[in-house]
Design a protein. Sequence first.
Length: 81
Amino acid sequence: MKDFEFGPQEIKVKVGDTITWQNDGAKPHSATASDGSFDTAIFQPGEKKSVTFSKAGTFKYYCQLHGTPQGNGMVGTVIVE
Ligand SMILES: [Cu+2]
């Protein structure tokens, strides 16, 4: 993540995989699932947070500070296969 986007914006992983978000921006950010299934909480520049995906599905997520659960602003998608 940077200010103010996730890269890549969409990622495909397998069930059981772990995604690590690294905050390479100058502002705090979060990766928060729109359906509430995961949340890194807000974390600071230079920090990393990991989430393991144990269920298949398409998970939209957003930054609590710069996006919305409806998909506006700083948002991304995790596809778990
Ligand atoms: Cu943010």
